[in-house]
Design a binder for this molecule. Structure first.
Ligand SMILES: Nc1ncnc2c1ncn2[C@@H]1O[C@H](COP(=O)(O)OP(=O)(O)OP(=O)(O)O)[C@@H](O)[C@H]1O
Ligand SMILES: Nc1ccn([C@H]2C[C@H](O)[C@@H](COP(=O)(O)O)O2)c(=O)n1
Length: 228
């Protein structure tokens, strides 16, 4: 690059629910001075808009017809990411159970994916120092030329324990079943399913602390930047 500025680094982090994508990505981006994009929040935001506007979630053609309507904006500061829909802050509502139970159906609709993928690529292209983008299809579809691709995994038991801790002691069995159901839907959809890219580095986080996962990913990014 001219004037000696470092080339922006693009990091894709994918994996099933509760593997630590958001926590890891935010911390890595903050530590390395990169932007951060939570693509799950964008799919949740469009789902929130569909629910709020009375779109029939069981009817993919209604979802497809409405996919271009909401304006979704993501703030990419890893120390305070934001998400708005038509100017409304939806950071809280998109985490509610009603949205969580419907997001897989909405995000399976090809028109929704095309719309959100376009937003994601534009955000990544405008990140000055680089960006950590986390989701399900970032390494395979959204940013196939990413400098580094990570695929996080963890046992269903570990993921359920993490989530039920977060949900203030929600029933472990119910939480585990809900995670497995959402992963199955996300992995089996036709368009851009949850999948590990062939060139992704897989990190099993089952027996690692969050801090160990962050350190592992920071090291991988630094090695990549150093051309190792
Ligand atoms: N290695 C780890 N050890 C213990 N807890 C962890 C670890 N990684 C993440 N967590 C905790 O697990 C919970 C889920 O993590 P996080 O939200 O980052 O996962 P995610 O993969 O982004 O999930 P989702 O895809 O459902 O949004 C959080 O409470 C987080 O603090
Ligand atoms: N790249 C992505 C990111 C997310 N989704 C869908 C599937 C998930 O179940 C849902 C919510 O994501 P989360 O907030 O749990 O990370 O969004 C997707 O299809 N593609």
């Amino acid at each position: 690059m001219e004037n000696g500025a470092a080339k922006p680094v693009i990091v894709a982090i994918d994996g099933p629910s509760g593997t630590g994508k958001s926590s890891t990505s935010k911390a890595v981006a903050a530590q390395l001075g990169l932007s951060y994009l939570d693509t799950g929040a964008q799919y949740r935001a469009i789902t929130w808009w569909m629910v709020t506007n009375g779109i029939d979630i069981a009817d993919p053609s209604s979802i497809a017809a409405a996919a271009g309507k909401p304006e979704i904006l993501s703030g990419t500061d890893p120390t305070g990411p934001t998400i708005t829909v038509d100017g409304v802050d939806v950071a809280g509502p998109i985490r509610e159970q009603d949205v969580t139970s419907k997001v897989s159906a909405v995000s399976a609709v090809p028109e929704v994916r095309a719309r959100i993928t376009e937003l994601q690529r534009a955000i990544a292209a405008s990140a000055v120092t680089g960006i950590v983008v986390e989701g399900r299809d970032i390494g395979t579809t959204v940013l196939p030329d990413a400098d580094l691709k990570i695929f996080l995994t963890a046992s269903a038991e570990a993921r359920a324990a993490r989530r039920s801790g977060e949900l203030k002691g929600a029933d472990l069995h119910t939480t585990r079943e809900a995670l497995i159901k959402r992963d199955a839907a996300d992995s089996s959809r036709k368009t851009s399913p949850l999948a590990k890219a062939d060139d992704a580095v897989e990190v099993d986080t089952t027996d690692l602390t969050l801090q160990q996962v962050i350190e592992c990913v920071v090291t991988l990014v630094e090695e990549k930047r150093a051309g190792k």
